[in-house]
Each structure stands twice: as C-alpha cells, then as structure tokens.
Design a protein. Structure first.
Ligand code: GTP
Ligand code: MG
Length: 203
C-alpha cells in the first residue's frame, strides 16, 4: 500500500463525537514521547501531519486522519507522563480506554515501544488489558536508528522472551524508525492486509 492522500479529520475529547466508524481504523498508542505522531507522519510521507514534539505529552486528544480516503489512522494520547496533572492523566486514560472499547471500526492497535528502554510495566499492563478486552494489537518498536541491527535483534528477542513468561502467543512485531523509514513497507503491507478483513462487530 502506498499512501497518496492523508488528511487531518479532527481532534476529539469524547468517543461519541468521533467521526462515524465507517472505515477500517488503526490506532497508535504508547508511552509519551515514544514516537506515535512521528510514525504516522513517516507512514504518510508527511513532515507535520501529526504534531510531534521533543516535550512529552504533546498529543492530548484523539486525532483522526483519513488515509487514501479509505482508512483512518488514529493518534492517541501517550500514557505514563508524570508531569501532566494526575486529574488530566486519569481523564486521558479513561478517554483512551473508552475509545478502544467502543469503536466498532477499530481493526488494530499498534502499541509503540521505544527500542532503547527496559520493558515497562505500564506497557505490559496495557497489553493485558487489551487482550482481556479482545482488542487486536501488534507491537511496534520505535527509534531503531539509535541501535545497530544486532542490538535491535537482541533487544526484541529479550523483549519477546520476557513476554513469553506470561503469554502463550505473541502479537506481531515490527521494528521501525521514523528517522530512516525502517519498517515502513512491512507496516503498510500489514495495514493493507488487515483493512481488507471485515470490521470488528460487523455481521
Ligand atoms: P506524545 O504525543 O507526547 O505522547 O509523543 P509521541 O509518542 O507522539 O512522540 P513524537 O512523535 O512527538 O516524538 C517524540 C520525540 O521522539 C521527538 O523529538 C521525535 O523527533 C523523536 N522521535 C520519534 N521517532 C523517532 C525515531 O524513529 N528516531 C529518532 N531518532 N527519534 C524519533
Ligand atoms: Mg504525539
């Protein structure tokens, strides 16, 4: 799949106000600053479609992008950023979970993980929550340009091993870099394949 058209649809603070769920939808989530907005820009060949920042906590709403007029990409707020007031953090977490549970068009969630950081409890908990809710997800390791190929492989292998202590089946894994575009083709191919499958909850 090649993305030829990407347009910002809007930012939303309530699931009920999001656009009609009439297209296959792919959501990007993960810790603050992990590179969600940068990954969306990289996939769309755009510099600043989704707003990025070196300061964590940039994305605070649910942002919709319509891709090639036939799928949605959704940039979700990051979690685990301690400098956001607790009240706002709780509100954002509730909003995100509500969105993930209710959106009937949701085809897959990409959970982004910084390839340089130790495995985070918050990410593991989030995976467990999605599995319990029956929400399909994949893991996307980001910022691969910061490590050598050998280091990348080693990191992912160790990450998988740790997950295997608790999980029988592992989700699909992608290694990406918004900087050098690594993983772009694989991820786009996967998105295209999934977007051809009928939507969740539709009969
Ligand atoms: P929030 O919206 O705050 O949750 O952050 P986010 O997950 O959307 O992260 P964002 O895309 O804004 O990127 C955060 C920082 O990481 C920025 O300074 C980016 O330039 C940097 N960054 C993102 N992806 C990559 C990457 O693949 N490689 C490198 N080297 N830096 C990256
Ligand atoms: Mg962001």
């Amino acid at each position: 799949m090649k993305i030829t058209e990407a347009e910002f649809t809007g930012s939303f603070t309530e699931t009920g106000k999001c656009p009609p769920a009439d297209l296959p939808e792919f959501a990007f989530i993960g810790r603050s600053n992990v590179g969600k907005s940068s990954l969306i820009n990289m996939l769309c060949n755009r510099k600043s479609l989704a707003r990025t920042s070196a300061t964590p906590g940039k994305t605070l709403q649910i942002n919709f992008f319509r891709i090639n007029r036939n799928i949605f990409f959704v940039d979700l707020p990051g979690y685990g950023y301690s400098r956001i007031p607790k009240k706002d953090r709780l509100r954002i977490a509730a909003l995100t979970k509500d969105y993930l549970k209710k959106r009937t068009g949701l085809t897959n969630v990409f959970l982004l993980i910084d390839i340089r950081l130790p495995q985070l409890e918050s990410d593991r908990k989030f995976m467990e929550w999605m599995a319990a809710e029956g929400i399909p997800f994949s893991l996307v390791f980001t910022k691969a340009d910061k490590l050598s190929r050998t280091q990348q492989k080693k990191y992912v292998e160790e990450y998988r091993k740790k997950l295997q202590e608790r999980w029988e089946e592992l989700p699909p894994v992608f290694i990406t870099s918004a900087k050098n575009k690594a993983g772009k083709e694989d991820l786009l191919r996967y998105i295209e394949e999934l977007s051809l499958i009928p939507k969740r909850n539709s009969s």
